[in-house]
Design a protein around this ligand. Structure first.
Ligand code: FAD
Ligand code: MLT
Ligand code: ZN
Length: 486
């Protein structure tokens, strides 16, 4: 409405020196008009589950431009949503109503890379895969990898504290991020772009922004330490008869591979079937209840090859696995990885997906998947010709992180009522977390009490209020508006 027109005039005024901006119909104020379709893309999340109705997307090209926009919004009390690659899975990156979207798409420059320490300093809008390619040429790699790497931004990764496929080896962004530059909700710039590995001076403020999901500021720059790119990488997929055996294999693989293990992922038969139907090549002849994917990364190819072949032999002989394939080259390694990485996409192609991203003791993981299948069968809603097509379990087993995707014909309140709060209660009952790596966003803002105590939530709310006193940053998300209760 009026706010947007005034905002658009501000954006195009000579004093603001701004920026690429999008507004659907009104070109009179000098900003770039776009069709509703393009605007819809910014308003809808990756799953098409959450939709806002923002009329304005702002794409600043520098930290100063972000600060100008945010200061304007602060003064006029206009709500904003920081948006990176819009690949988030909890509805955090799109407006709930008509909040202004501030996109980091044009903040996309590498600022510096130190080839001795491996420290990368870059704008928040750099795409993860592009960064990996750029530093890859210098013998380094990004310490995180995920299926959305082709479109997610490093700022979005930090804002969600994304985990991903190599967390097991390279750990959390809480450890790898060395510094952040953040525009605070009042427009001030907090310059914390340190490149120091060690710095025990005062509170470590950057930690508050890692995983803060755009609730207390907009990250504009990231300093991150990157590991050497391994010269040898191997990938194998094993077929396993039971979830008990999956756990035994995990123990065996850890002790056999030691420091070269870089990923240990699992998927159940239904997840495997989903990706195979989606067109990913099946390397096995028979069907199996579970599959695990392991990756090793080391510096001596012959040594690693020998270790992995020895492991395969040992696991087959001990009957811990029933079949196994090992990639013979990079392209085969890529195909084996697609079996695991394509699950999210394959589920999305088939229907409306309810996603749960849970931490829990590893022995409990498959129990919950089975309970859910039973629950849907009892309600008569599970089957290819019914409301729920598939219930698939997979995840980063090495990190105790289970993903459950429930693929439905369409999002429907009666289906959601069968799942929630059951999944949250069950997870809470085994002392798990209702968000292992995807965050809280809009989906779970009111659910944090299943994992965190009331005092903790109250302190989080205080911190939010301290940074965002006017409540303009990502409203209705991340934390409950009222004190937490279950
Ligand atoms: P967006 O989706 O744009 O935003 C996510 C949240 O961060 C929003 O709340 C937004 O407001 C906020 N935000 C974005 N940029 C900024 C910024 N610069 N400053 C402040 N706040 C900001 N996650 C995992 O942890 N592990 C996985 O393995 C994984 N795999 C995925 C695979 C697929 C196919 C997809 C689609 C998603 C996957 N995700 C995974 C989800 C994950 O959260 C995102 O992919 C990624 O980290 C988000 O980055 P983004 O740039 O797309 O952020
Ligand atoms: C994954 O591990 O594949 C991601 O977290 C995405 C998802 O769970 O859908
Ligand atoms: Zn994941």
């Amino acid at each position: 409405g009026e706010d947007i027109t005034a905002f658009a005039s501000f954006l195009s005024s000579p004093s603001s020196s701004l920026l690429t901006t999008i507004q659907p119909s009104d070109s009179s104020c000098g900003v770039k008009p776009v069709g509703q379709d393009e605007l819809d893309g910014y308003n809808a999340d990756w799953m098409n589950k959450y939709k806002g109705r923002s009329q304005l997307v702002v794409k600043p090209k520098s930290t100063q431009e972000v600060a100008d926009v945010v200061k304007y919004c602060y003064e006029k009390r206009i709500a904003v949503v920081p948006q990176g690659g819009n690949t988030g899975l909890v509805g955090g990156s799109v407006p709930v109503e008509d909040e202004v979207i501030i996109s980091t798409a044009l903040l996309n420059k590498v600022r510096s890379f130190d080839e001795v320490s491996g420290t990368l300093v870059c704008d928040a809008g750099c795409i993860l895969e592009s960064l990996d390619r750029e530093i890859g040429a210098k013998g380094y790699m990004m310490p995180l990898d995920l299926g959305a790497k082709g479109s997610c931004h490093i700022g979005g990764n930090v804002a969600t504290n994304a985990g991903g496929l190599r967390f097991l080896r390279y750990g959390s962004l809480h450890g790898n991020v060395l510094g952040l530059e953040v525009v605070l909700p009042n427009g001030e710039v907090l310059d914390g772009l340190s490149t120091l590995r060690k710095d025990n001076t005062g509170f470590d403020l950057k930690q508050l922004f890692i995983g803060s999901e755009g609730s207390i500021g907009l990250i504009t720059g990231v300093s991150i330490v990157t590991p050497r790119r391994p010269s040898a990488q191997n990938v194998a997929v094993f077929a396993v008869d039971s979830f008990d055996a999956v756990q035994q294999v995990f123990g065996r693989v850890k002790s056999h591979c030691g420091e070269i293990l870089s990923a240990f992922e699992f998927m159940d038969q239904d997840a495997f079937n989903l990706v195979v139907h989606h067109g990913i090549k099946n390397p096995f002849e028979a069907k199996h209840p579970f599959y695990v994917l392991i990756e090793t990364s080391g510096s001596n190819k012959d040594h690693d090859d020998e270790k992995l072949s020895g492991l395969l032999e040992e696991l087959m002989e001990s009957s811990m696995i029933t079949d196994g394939v090992m990639a013979q080259d990079e392209s085969q390694a890529g195909s084996l990885w697609s079996l695991r990485e394509s699950i999210a996409e394959a589920a999305g192609k088939k229907g409306a997906v309810y996603k749960y991203d849970l931490s829990m003791p590893i022995p409990k993981m498959n129990e919950l998947v089975e309970h859910l299948r039973q629950r849907f069968n009892d309600a008569g809603v599970l089957g290819q010709d019914k409301q729920i097509k598939d219930v698939v379990g997979y995840g980063h087993i090495g990190d105790g992180n289970l993903h459950i995707n429930i693929v439905a014909e369409a999002y429907a309140p009666e289906i959601e009522a069968l799942i929630e709060p059951y999944v949250y209660e069950w997870t809470s009952g085994v002392q798990g977390s209702i968000s292992a790596e995807h965050g809280l966003g809009y989906m779970k803002a009111e659910k944090i009490g299943y994992t965190k105590g009331q005092k903790s939530v109250e302190w989080m709310q205080r911190i939010k209020g301290l940074f965002d006193e006017r409540g303009i940053f990502n409203p209705n998300k991340y934390l409950p508006s009222q004190p937490a209760s279950k």
